[in-house]
Design a protein around this ligand. Structure first.
Ligand code: GRF
Length: 193
């Protein structure tokens, strides 16, 4: 049973995909805690499913944000999942939890990744660039923003008539599948050790 913590900043639809997979017995994992760095509907999702959750406000803790987050992460956690989490992870936190932090990004990295490339900014850039495909990536988190080893990706077509919102919707559907599949891959690897 994989023990995970999920970090969010927004609606939490990726969090919901993990919750659903666990409840449908498609994922052998337990969410020990959901942590948000701001007010987020994802915290409501956690509460609805009786999952411990906490708001650790980035505006209050500023550069000490991850010192505070560290305090609520159980020591025996197997995996920390950034699911729509927007704060930049501190180098100390990454060092402490090296190779145990993953992130889902709404593009086919390394394309359209890096500083400032999050949410709609990604899909706007894809449309402006007249890409014919896009997608999503789950990768390990390192000090290089969106630069860690890629675990899994899923592609979607992009049509000339697409708006950034059209691309976002098509990619988000795939994110929900990809995130669960990526956690399953890691769960299998952990079992082999
Ligand atoms: C999604 O676009 C995801 O790619 C990105 O954050 C956005 C919000 O996700 N990582 P969620 O609905 O809060 O999970």
């Amino acid at each position: 049973m994989l023990k995970i913590v999920v970090l969010i900043s927004g609606g939490g639809s990726n969090l919901q995909s993990i919750i659903d997979a666990i409840e449908e017995k498609k994922l052998n994992a337990k969410i020990e805690c959901v942590i948000s760095d701001r007010e987020a509907y994802g915290l409501e999702r956690a509460k609805k499913h009786n999952i411990p959750s906490i708001l650790i406000d980035r505006k209050i803790f500023k550069q000490n944000l991850f010192d505070e987050i560290e305090k609520v992460i159980p020591k025996d956690i197997d995996l920390i999942v950034l699911a729509g989490f927007l704060s930049i992870v501190s180098a100390e936190f990454i060092k402490k939890w090296e190779n145990k932090i993953i992130n889902i990004h709404p593009s086919l990295l390394p394309k359209f990744g890096g500083k400032g490339m999050y949410g709609m900014n990604v899909h706007r850039a894809v449309v402006e660039n007249r890409e014919t495909e896009s997608g999503c990536t789950v990768h390990f988190v390192t000090n290089e923003i969106d630069g860690g080893e890629i675990i899994a990706q899923k592609k979607v077509p992009v049509y000339e008539t697409d708006t950034p919102e059209d691309v976002q919707k098509r990619v988000l559907e795939k994110e929900h599948q990809l995130l669960v599949e990526a956690i399953k891959i890691l769960e299998k690897n952990l079992k082999k050790r």
